[in-house]
Each structure stands twice: as C-alpha cells, then as structure tokens.
Design a protein around this ligand. Structure first.
Ligand code: URP
Ligand code: ZN
Ligand code: ZN
Ligand code: ZN
Length: 466
C-alpha cells in the first residue's frame, strides 16, 4: 500500500473549510482529521507534504474542452497530450471533452475516433460528451447505448448551419430520448440561421474585421435560442444544460425558467467573465485571438454573469478550451471574420482566474470550488469520485498557494498555442502541487506527470437533479 499525508493546509471543498490533514491510500482519500488532533497525528505515510499556509482543494473538473477538434479547415492546437498536461499545470485533474459525430456517420464511430486520440496520451483523467450532428432513428438508438456505457451527455447546436446544426425537430427528438434514457442535452444556444444572414450582410458591406464577429452574433439571438431550447426541453420533459452563456439576456432566460422550477442549468467561461468586445476590437487583426462563439460581449454583461454565479442561475464555469494559434490558424480569417476558427485557449488558466475572482470579491472561496470542481462533477456524473476531498474519493488534489503572485503569459504557459488571451494579467494565487489519483503530476511547480497516467472515466447520469 502507498500512503501520502498532506499536513497543515486549509482544506476547502464546496461545503466546508477546515484546517485538516489528508491521508491518501492507494490513490484515494482515506481519511481527513483536524490538524494537530490525535487522529491526525496517527496518520502514517511514506510521503508527507507540508501544506501549511496553503489551500488543499479538489482538482479542477473542466467539463468543456475541445482537444484536437477539427474546425474551419484546421484543428484545435492542443492534443490530448499537450492539453491535459497544461490542464494539470493549472490545477485541473479531469476534463470532459467532446467527441464528434460527423454528418452521415454513427455516434459510435465518432466516439471510437476520440478514444483513439486520447488513449495513452493523457496526463490526467478524462471523459467524453458526444456532439450529435445528425439526429435520425439510428442515432437516437445509439444515444441509449452511450448512456449505458458512460457517455451521458449530448451536445446539440442551434448554430453553424451545414456543420453541427440541428433544427428544432431534431432537437426535440433528441431531448425526448434524453428524457427517457437519463442523458443530459447540452445546448449551443445561438440562432445560427439568423446569424448567417447577418454575416452575409456584414461581409457585403465590407465589414470584415474580427470585431464584426461580435456584432453579428447578437445577444438577442443567444437569448432567443436559449428561450427556445428551454421551452423545447420543457415540452420534452428533459433537463437542459446551456453551454458558454455570455449575454445578460440569456442569463435572464435561465433565471426565469429556474424560477418556474424547470431543471435548466447554465455554464459560463472565464473569457466572458474577464474579457469583452474591447478585446475583439484590438487593432492589426489581434482581435482574432478572441473570436469564439458565443462571442465576447460588451463589458456590461459581466455583472449579470457574476450575479448568476452567485445566485446559482449559472452553476458551472468551464473553459470551452479550443485553441488556435494566431499564426497560421486565426490568420485564415484575415479579410473575412467568418473564416476565423472559433475558439480560445484557457484550460490552464481557469482555476487561477476564478481564484482571482475570490480575491476580488465576486465569489466566495467555497463557491470557487463549487463552480469549478464539485458541480461540474455532479452535473456530469463523476461525483464523489471527482470534485471533492472526502473518504473514498479519488485523490485528485491541488495544493494551492493563495498568496503567490504570478503574471499570465504565453512565454510561460504550457498550452500548445502561440498567445495567451490573458497576457500580462496579474493573478494572486498559484498552483503548487497537483496529485492525480495520488500520483504527483506537478510537484512544487515542477512537472512530474506522465503521458498515459490519465485514464478514461465513464460517467453516471447527471447527479445535479436530485
Ligand atoms: O468558439 C467556440 N466555442 N469553439 C468551440 C466549439 C463550441 O461551439 O463550443
Ligand atoms: Zn458551442
Ligand atoms: Zn424569452
Ligand atoms: Zn465548446
């Protein structure tokens, strides 16, 4: 048996903050005991880590990443190897990535392809959602099989006609199926048909710069799609999880539905909390670095997102990590913003940015852990194996220094992308040590992990409903 003790830290979970020692046995949390008590003194371990003055927190669960995702004629620049290593550096110990069904192919073949990309390459544990691009009788049957084998959530798109787009009938059918098999529908809520009209008109007027990406993808069209998705889910009797919520008006739709008692959930991402259309408007095509969908919004929208996170009208912060290099990838859209690959890097920055939100008073320390670790684990059926520090849980644990100062930069980050969306941003707080199932992946700011340590983790159905 291998034993590790983490002594003297402040253990922070979604529910508690206690000065406690943590005993790990064979990759799992075996016990916690208040520091200095006889119970804690009785812990014996070959490896002892001193966490005094530090936080001891569950490893982050990032429920929304796109490693190696094909998009716009290119691929997201992080592989499972580089992306999960960067995640570990940033204190994230589980990702849920999106396998993609391409039109005309089965869910199974899409899922198999994603398993092949990930297997043996990951530094931390991983699981999959399934993007459903082609709803038909065969796909609907396959959804049942996937739920049974641990792929319990399905993303549909109201945007990107001709690529991932589903119409309302296809969405309703998938939701009805999810209502029966326990799956969770995750919605990209933007009215893509209307947006494509506005894109065409903008380009015809010669409006080709990145900032027009933000102008045509209107907040009202996010809100309209959010409203429609909520009502379709209500008709189907299915729960709904809306991904990458960015607009005040979309939060209002979620708030109203939740006030009606509907099982409707919302995710936002650090880019919407910390960046804005000011970034999209940066000169010399620099704005392309910030092109993602839903788009960055005017700064005024941030207050509604923070409020939603505090009132639990938004439950989760994921990254939607989907990095494209500025050089050679984002540049595909010079002269036509609609050809800029959509997506931003961030898997390494989420835990730090949200700690900064604690420092700045937007959220409490326990809420930080709730939105970044515990709730994503429960939402996607990984709890209490992931997302908390409790006896029996996987020892996915981060020792976090709340007082260290750092400056985010592409010079020092570990994501495989040539820029940082948060370049120069000062953060109070830093990941010191990261354990994945008890194994040190980062040890006092040194990488000690290995490719292949991370394993595929099948999921239960959504545990946030009950
Ligand atoms: O711009 C984004 N968000 N790219 C990734 C794909 C998606 O819609 O989540
Ligand atoms: Zn999306
Ligand atoms: Zn409405
Ligand atoms: Zn995404």
């Amino acid at each position: 048996m291998s034993r590790t003790a983490i002594r003297g830290g402040l253990v922070v979970t979604a529910s508690d903050e206690i000065h406690a020692d943590v005993l790990i046995e064979d990759g799992r949390v075996a016990a916690l005991a208040a520091t200095g008590t006889p119970a804690a003194e009785a812990f014996t371990a070959e490896r002892v880590m001193d966490a005094s003055g530090k936080y001891v927190i569950p490893g982050g669960v990032d429920g929304h990443t796109h490693m190696e995702m094909p998009f716009g004629g290119t691929y997201a620049a992080d592989t499972f190897e580089t992306g999960t290593r960067a995640a570990a550096w940033g204190g994230t110990t589980t990702i849920v990535d999106f396998a993609i069904q391409s039109v005309g192919h089965s869910l199974r073949s899409g899922l198999d392809a994603w398993h092949a990309k990930a297997e043996g390459n990951c530094a931390i544990d991983y699981a999959f959602h399934m993007i459903v691009s082609d709803v038909n009788q065969k796909t609907l049957k396959e959804m049942d099989l996937l739920v049974e084998e641990g792929v319990t959530s399905f993303k549909q798109f109201m945007a990107y006609p001709g690529v991932f787009y589903s119409d309302d009938g296809q969405i309703l059918r998938a939701m009805q199926r999810a209502a029966e098999n326990g799956g969770l529908i995750m919605m990209h809520a933007e009215n893509g048909i209307a947006i494509d009209v506005l894109v065409e008109q903008a380009l015809a007027r010669g409006e080709t710069d990145p900032r027009f990406h933000g102008e045509v993808r209107k907040a009202l069209l996010e809100a309209e799609a959010t409203h429609r998705a909520i009502r379709l889910a209500q008709v189907a009797g299915a729960p709904l999880y809306v991904v990458h919520v960015s607009a005040t008006e979309a939060v209002a739709e979620l708030t109203r539905a939740r006030d009606e008692g509907l099982p409707v959930f919302g995710e936002t991402c650090p880019q919407y909390l910390f960046l804005s259309t000011d970034n999209l408007a940066e000169p010399d095509f620099e704005g392309a670095k910030y092109v993602c969908s839903t788009p960055l919004r005017p700064r005024e929208h941030q207050a509604a997102l923070w409020r939603g996170l505090r009132t639990n009208d938004l439950q989760v912060v994921s990254t939607d990590h989907c990095p494209f290099c500025f050089s050679g990838q984002k540049e595909l859209g010079r002269g036509d913003f609609s050809k800029i690959p959509n997506g931003m890097p961030g898997v390494e920055n989420r835990m730090d940015l949200l700690h900064q939100a604690v420092v700045d008073g937007h959220i409490s320390r326990r809420r930080w852990i709730e939105i970044a670790c515990a709730t994503p684990a429960r939402m996607f059926g990984l709890y209490p194996k992931k997302g908390t520090i409790a006896p029996g849980a996987d020892a996915d644990i981060v020792v976090y220094d709340p007082d260290a100062e750092q400056v985010i930069s592409a010079e020092t980050h570990h994501m495989n992308v040539d820029y940082s969306a948060y370049e120069g941003r000062r953060i109070t707080g830093r990941v010191e040590t990261v354990l994945s199932r008890g194994e040190p992946v980062v040890t006092e700011r040194e990488y000690t992990g290995r490719k292949g340590h991370g394993v595929y983790t099948p999921r239960a159905t959504c545990q946030y409903l009950n």
